[in-house]
Write a protein of this length. Structure first.
Length: 93
């Protein structure tokens, strides 16, 4: 049996390359937001106020429930939290 190697877990889990790229972007934003919360020492309730969402949304974020977040919402949360989101587009390998 031939072993396949992937550069990213999302490439392994999602056969559709468009969906895989979307998952990569969402997971990166979710990790950045979670790191921001931890770095600032915010409670979930405090983070909810900062990001303009409810505490259960922050809980979902921290627990990695990626299917509950779209790119638009994550960018909105990052901006509300004082983070700047940048995008880099490269030629596919």
């Amino acid at each position: 049996m031939r072993q396949v190697r992937y550069n990213n877990v999302w490439d392994a889990l999602e056969p559709n390359p468009v969906k895989a790229e979307n998952l990569k972007l969402r997971s990166s934003l979710m990790l950045a937001l979670t790191r921001h919360i931890k770095t600032k020492g915010l409670t979930q309730a405090q983070a909810a106020k900062v990001f303009g969402v409810t505490q259960p949304r922050i809980s979902n974020l921290i627990h990695g429930k990626i299917d509950l977040f779209g790119l638009d919402m994550l960018v909105k949360m990052a901006t509300a939290g004082g983070l700047r989101v940048t995008l880099r587009v490269d030629k596919a390998a």
